[in-house]
Design a protein around this ligand. Sequence first.
Ligand code: MBD
Ligand code: FE
Length: 290
Amino acid sequence: MSTSFESEVTAKAAESGAEASARFQERMAAAGGRSGVVDTARVNYLASKVIKGLNDIVIEDKVSYEEYNALKAWLIKVGADGEWPLFLDVWLEHSVEEVASAHREGSKGTIEGPYYREGSPELEWNGTIPMRDDEPGNPLVFSGQVRAVDGTPLSGAKIELWHADDLGFYSQFAPGLPEWNLRGTWIANEDGRFEIHTLRPAPYQIPTDGACGQLIAAAGWHAWRPAHLHFKVSAPGYELITSQLYFPGDPHNEDDIASAVKPELMLDVKDNPAGEGFVTEYDFVLDPES
Ligand code: MBD
Ligand code: FE
């Protein structure tokens, strides 16, 4: 049974779908056709393959009209709930990211997910993330260096960080949060170093009250992602890295619903010897643009 507090929290969650769809469409429009256009031969090849794959499943697994209609109703609901970004980023993006980053020699990355916003407030190399006065969570000091694969420190590199609050909500996707809450952009110092002051994120459940949640419940799956920090790290002349970092011991590191955990993305977290909370160090190594 859910308490009224829980239902208030989950009711808020569905609104993130509409926001994620709208923000994605804005970004595609702003890219001015440079992204999201695929040539005819490739569309013919890929779309034919997807359609054949689905037809093969129907024949092989003797899919009934009941099952077909359940699928049709569910697909309609994914759109109505604005959950195509969520569905695709949870169940497909990890393979796209694997293909896109296979050539990299620098740090591993992982999926972006549906909740990135460009243009978060710029902070000094050692600044504190924007947060509410009473923001719940334990302090986390995250420090490291951005450098090139050849070892050159990348002074002025940009480290964008975004993460959910203690209840699992992302600013600009859930209502009632300050615009840039728990989102910031650090500029690395002359040695490529940064020291981010934020909060340790909590384990995270994807919204359960929309179409994706309906699928998860109907299939008997769970909706959890391990606690994670999202990053985009960039410097002129280098390939941007989109990443997420994770915390050892999280019960969902092994069964992330979004399949976005890699061993290289696990932080080494220690108690802060100088005060409250935790400290961790992680370096980002960028490949030169080809
Ligand atoms: C998230 O916070 C997330 O990071 C991903 C990949 C999917 C859904 C919600
Ligand atoms: Fe996330």
